[in-house]
Design a protein around this ligand. Structure first.
Ligand code: ADP
Length: 497
């Protein structure tokens, strides 16, 4: 019997999972461990590096034991991970110098303003990295650790400390400290990586005062990241794929070519459009990021990315704060019990509005209510707000990329909502494809690893695995869709004025 499986390690913000995948791309089993979120001060978010590690290794061990797997059964391991989260540890002992600073953490917002506030500096950063300067990205988090942990700067200058995003930390530990590497997609979220040249950028390292000796080697997403060498795990399994979670999902959705896009409807939304070999500059506050490539591509590939802060979270708010429904899935039937929202728009700008508006100070509103407005109208307006926000992002992407979107691949918890998917297709005026297997992120990590070791031959073989998507096609007249979109724009204007 040859090697029959690939394992994806899906290291998320709140849990770590290990997923067993066969040659047909079927998910045979999943083991999952949650781990604690640490909030030391308002706006600060940390993870204990050992919690990340133990939850990930725990889920992997559980999966291996439950399925009676040996090293010879597993062709490769692929890793996808929460992006931007920052760790620094000792090159020799492996001891982290502090907790990981999580992507959501705002502690470096002021520092980013100080270092990147100058418009020329901000522009240069965007040109080099594709990112708009923000505390999300790893650069300012590394700087914070060097400035605030006792002795860190001296140790870093002496070459004793190394940096990594979560993928790098996992690869380093799983290979017994042999491989200190990241992949191009994770590198592209640090704000230290020149996405055109594919190298750490000396000017950026200098700006953030980070020694180059700390930085991991940057490798293609599909390829060699060493082999497992960790007590208690089967030895010698190749780690052969690494990508940030959103880029892994893009790959898992088989968006391999320019013009192909996916949107994930979770707590927030993440929309990524593959732009091929061209790094498309955004004039609409989107970011340019590196997409994961199949082996042998020979050049970097890029994507435009936009995100929505409040998507499924708006439904949680209706459930937990307003008590309008008891279960997120009930929103579908509630929305469909009305013909429309009766003119109500809910703009969920609870934490400001992201791209393309970029109004951090905007706040949520509900407009257009009458005496006849009921809870179903409000729930429907909340679902529609997800679709409108995506329509705004798609419009911005079309303007930046110069090409209309003809098809959108969807995934994530809220993509199960058929009302939402039909409405999304209607307002976008394009087809939506929802795969049977919604676990596109883990699938992407598995695909990257499997391609690297020849478990799957090429991307055509991966496309062939995808069967019988649910397809949503526009049913609404364009005139009606435009009317609704205009109503949304009016509501947004009221929110920001
Ligand atoms: P994440 O990975 O961001 O935690 P998930 O992909 O698990 O999120 O999706 C969960 C989110 O989707 C929650 O915010 C929930 O309110 C929303 N959600 C889940 N199912 C539905 C549904 N059927 N209709 C609308 N929203 C839903």
């Amino acid at each position: 019997m040859g090697k029959q499986y690939v394992i994806a390690l899906d290291q998320g913000t709140t849990s770590s999972r290990a997923v067993l995948i066969d040659e047909q791309g079927q998910m045979l089993d999943v083991a999952q461990r949650e781990f604690p979120q640490i909030y030391p001060s308002p706006g600060w978010v940390e993870h204990n590096p050992q919690d990340i590690l133990l939850s990930q290794i725990g889920s992997l061990t559980e999966l291996i034991t439950r399925n009676g797997l040996k090293a010879q059964d597993i062709a490769a391991i692929g890793i996808d991970n929460q992006r931007e989260t920052t760790l620094v540890w000792d090159r020799v002992t492996g001891e982290p110098i502090a907790n990981a600073i999580v992507w959501q953490c705002r502690r470096t917002a002021r520092l980013v303003e100080e270092l990147c506030g100058d418009p020329d500096v901000a522009r240069t950063i965007q040109e080099k990295t594709g990112l708009l300067p923000d505390a999300y990205f790893s650069a300012s988090k590394i700087r914070w650790l060097l400035d605030n942990v006792d002795g860190a700067r001296e140790r870093a200058e002496a070459g004793d400390l190394i940096f990594g995003t979560v993928d790098t930390w996992l690869v380093w530990v799983l290979t017994g400290g042999k491989v200190h590497a990241t992949d191009v997609t994770n590198a592209s979220r640090t704000m230290l990586f020149n996405i055109h040249e594919g190298t750490w950028d000396p000017w950026l390292l200098d700006l953030f005062d980070i020694p180059a000796s700390m930085m991991p080697e940057v490798r293609p997403s599909s390829g060699d990241f060493g082999t497992t060498s960790y007590l208690g795990l089967p030895v010698g399994i190749p780690i052969a794929g690494v990508a940030g979670d959103q880029q892994a999902a893009l790959f898992g959705q088989c968006c391999f070519e320019a013009g192909e896009a996916k949107n994930t409807y979770g707590t927030g939304c993440f929309l990524l459009l593959h732009t091929g070999a061209e790094a498309c500059d955004s004039k609409n506050s989107l970011v340019t990021t590196i997409a994961a490539s199949a082996p042998g591509t020979g050049h970097l590939e890029y994507a435009l990315e936009g995100s929505v802060f409040m998507a499924g979270a708006t439904i949680q708010w209706l459930r937990d704060e307003l008590g309008l429904l008891s279960n997120a899935a009930d929103s579908e039937a509630m929305a469909m019990s009305e013909m429309d929202t009766g003119g109500v728009y809910l703009v969920p700008a609870f934490t400001g509005l992201g791209a393309p508006y970029w109004k951090p100070d905007a706040r949520g509103t509900i407009v257009g209510m009458t005496r006849g407005t009921n809870r179903n109208h409000i729930v429907r307006a909340a679902l529609e707000s997800m679709a409108y926000q995506i329509a705004d992002l798609v419009k911005a992407m079309e303007a930046d990329s110069g090409a209309p979107l003809s098809l959108l691949n969807v995934d994530g918890g809220a993509s199960r909502n058929n009302f939402l998917m039909q409405f999304q297709s209607d307002v976008l005026g394009c087809e939506l494809h929802r795969p049977q297997n919604p676990e596109t992120t883990a699938l992407g990590a598995a695909y990257l690893a499997g391609l690297a070791v020849g478990f799957w031959k090429d991307t055509d073989a991966l496309k062939a695995l995808r069967s019988s998507d649910d397809v949503f096609t526009p049913k609404m007249s364009r005139e009606r869709a435009e009317q609704l979109l205009n109503g949304w724009s009016d509501a947004v204007r009221k929110t920001v004025s």
